[in-house]
Design a protein around this ligand. Structure first.
Ligand SMILES: [Cu+2]
Length: 104
């Protein structure tokens, strides 16, 4: 009587898998947008210089600085002088813009 082993295996495979509810930190749930003005675009290196307002999620005061842009295609269509809203994160120690759009 060997049939019960494959039967149990089949039952285990077909059993529904309940994932643990994922609790994310608040910063990951809301993608905080900050305001800035484009000062310089370095498309070749995927970088942008922004004069930006306070960046709450990075606890950063207003300043002008260079950001990495990921993906670099986010720079397409931007030009110096544009007012923008953007989201920046600290990715492996590099301040990185991961979303940006011209302000309405
Ligand atoms: Cu800054």
């Amino acid at each position: 009587m060997k049939t019960w082993i494959p039967l149990l295996a089949a039952m285990a495979i077909s059993a529904p898998i309940y994932a643990e509810p994922v609790t994310q930190p608040a910063a990951a749930q809301t993608r905080a947008m900050s305001e800035g003005v484009v000062r310089k675009i370095d498309a070749a290196n995927g970088k942008i210089t922004l004069r930006h307002g306070p960046i709450a999620n990075l606890d950063m005061p207003p300043m002008s600085m260079v950001f990495r842009v990921q993906p670099p295609e986010l720079l397409d269509g931007l030009k110096v002088g544009d007012r923008v809203t953007f989201h920046a994160e600290d990715i492996d120690g590099a301040y990185t813009v991961t979303a940006i759009q011209v302000a309405p």
